[in-house]
Design a protein around this ligand. Sequence first.
Ligand SMILES: [Ca+2]
Ligand SMILES: [Ca+2]
Ligand SMILES: [Ca+2]
Length: 352
Amino acid sequence: MRHKHTHWLLLFALCLGALVAEHPRALAGEPSAGQNPPLEKSTAHIRPKTKPSNEPEPKKGQIWTDPVTKMEFVYIPGGCFTMGTPADEEGREPDEGPGHEVCVDGFWMGKTPVTNAQYRKYDRNHNSRTYFGHDLNGDNQPVVYVSWEQAREFARWLTRKNHALLGDTGRSEIAIPPEVLQAIRDGKDLSRWLDRQKTGRHSFFLPTEAEWEYACRAGTESARFWGNDSGRACGYANVADQSASKEWRDWRVHGCNDGWVVTSPAGSFKPNPFGLHDMLGNVWEWCLDWYSTKYEIEPKQNPTGPPLSGIGRQVRGGSWDNDPAGVRCGNRSHATPRFIRYNIGFRLIRTR
Ligand SMILES: [Ca+2]
Ligand SMILES: [Ca+2]
Ligand SMILES: [Ca+2]
């Protein structure tokens, strides 16, 4: 009897989760500030620890190559950091505070943003187009003109492909605790939680905002993972630079030349201390969470963002067309889930 009950709960959760995931209220364009409805306070912590696995704990910096796309993932050990920026950081905006301690479990993260060639394994007709005559569609350039929804579908596709290769259906019965049901009512996207209940390995997601910022900082506390000096960006990131200002004279640019007018091939610049390339610059990267100006409603451990906010999904890290204020690990921005543009791409994480 209990078995059946559990099954219905799972169905209920899946349906609600799907509703929440498939029908975001805001659909197009960059929303303006002030559209955010009041957020209900949710005390639920909906991401339990990863289930014990037979695999040994991976080592920091260990590389794993996805057999489907040949995408390389680097292991990021779990830890705690100060999320948000100090009040005196140059270019800071009010939604970057207060600084607060956040802890995340370990995860694997794409060494670079997903490239056009990797994305075209999933959608062979995808076209990342051009920008005023400059090509964005080369095989090794990061994919752009992909929405948050398309990025999520790519992650689901890659998960299915990997599970199929492993002969792993990833199915199991689960019981849903009351705090999770409450979180569903609060509009949380429970895809991460539901997936954690399964037995399947090699599951892919967009990173949460907290995971993204933790990975960008890689143990550093400065505005950028190489320090505070935006003038040193050109060794580490493809940004709005002197090459770009030759084309577009009115752009505000960094005081250096990185050699690239638009997107550069993924991994062209030096990595951060975790071994990740292009975390800052090249393309903005979609994150899993809804955007909210409020950090303080979040749990400290593995935060997954606010309930459905309608204001948009997080994008992080700045891009090839951003001035120094945009290219900082703590900078936050957002766009609606179906928004596409020449400067937004994504990278994936593997949770187990
Ligand atoms: Ca550039
Ligand atoms: Ca980036
Ligand atoms: Ca911002």
